[in-house]
Design a protein around this ligand. Structure first.
Ligand code: HEM
Ligand SMILES: *[C@@H]1O[C@H](CO)[C@@H](O)[C@H](O)[C@H]1NC(C)=O
Length: 167
C-alpha cells in the first residue's frame, strides 16, 4: 500500500512540479498580458507562418488584413482562455486531475488537426517572448517558472500527440 501511494505521488508530481512561488510568478505575469489576445495570436502567426498555415480559415491570407476580423478575435480568445485555464490551476496539488483532463483534451484535438511538437515548441517560444516583453517585473525566476509550466503542459500534450492520453 505504501509503495502504491509512493508511486502515485511520484506520478502526480511529474505533472505538477511548480512550487507555490513559481505558480505565483506565472500567474502575476500572465495577468498583465491575458487581455492582449489579438496581439498574442498576431505574434504567434507572424513569427510562425507554418502555424497560421494549419488553420483552414486563415491559411494563405494576409495577416494584417485578417487581424481585425471576428474569426481572428474569436480564435485568439479561445487559445488565450485555454492557456489561462491551465495557469489558473497551477500551484495546487488538488488540481492535478483537472489539469490532466483539460490537457488530454487539448492534445487529442490538436493531434486530430496534425499539429506537430515542433509547432507547439514554436508556439511556446512566441508566447514566452510576448510575456517577457510585456510583463513588468520579469526576471530569471519568472523565466524558469514559465519554462516549467510549459514543460509540464507539454508532457501531457505531447503524449497525446503520440496517441497516449495521460491517466
Ligand atoms: C499551448 C498551445 C495551444 C493552445 C492552448 C491551443 C488552443 C486551442 C483552442 C482552445 C482551440 C479551439 C478549441 C478546439 O477546437 O480545440 C484551438 C484550435 C486550433 N488550434 Fe490550437 N492551441 C495551441 C497550439 C496550437 C498549435 C501549435 C497549432 C499548430 C498547428 C494549433 C492549431 C490549431 C488549429 C488548426 C485549430 C482549429 C481551428 C479551427 O478550425 O477552428 N494550435 N487551439
Ligand atoms: C486547491 O484546490 C482545491 C480544489 O479545487 C480547493 O478546495 C482549495 O481551496 C485549493 N487550495 C488553495 C490553497 O487554493
Amino acid at each position: 500500500m505504501k509503495v502504491l501511494i509512493l508511486i502515485a505521488t511520484l506520478v502526480a508530481s511529474t505533472f505538477a512540479t511548480l512550487t507555490a512561488d513559481e505558480a505565483n510568478l506565472v500567474k502575476s505575469t500572465w495577468s498583465q498580458v491575458k487581455d492582449k489576445e489579438d496581439e498574442i495570436l498576431y505574434d504567434i502567426f507572424k513569427q510562425n507562418p507554418d502555424i497560421q498555415g494549419r488553420f483552414p480559415m486563415f491559411v494563405g491570407k494576409n495577416l494584417d488584413s485578417i487581424k481585425s476580423t471576428e474569426q481572428f478575435k474569436t480564435h485568439a480568445d479561445k487559445i488565450v482562455k485555454a492557456i489561462g485555464s491551465y495557469i489558473d490551476l497551477l500551484g495546487n496539488e488538488s488540481n492535478s486531475g483537472a489539469i490532466k483532463t483539460i490537457l488530454n483534451e487539448l492534445g487529442q484535438r490538436h493531434r486530430d488537426r496534425g499539429a506537430s511538437k515542433e509547432q507547439f515548441n514554436e508556439f511556446k517560444t512566441s508566447v514566452l517572448k510576448y510575456v517577457k516583453e510585456h510583463a513588468s517585473g520579469w526576471n530569471d525566476a519568472s523565466g524558469s517558472a514559465w519554462d516549467k509550466a510549459f514543460d509540464d503542459m507539454y508532457k501531457i500534450v505531447f503524449s497525446n500527440l503520440d496517441g497516449n492520453p495521460v491517466h
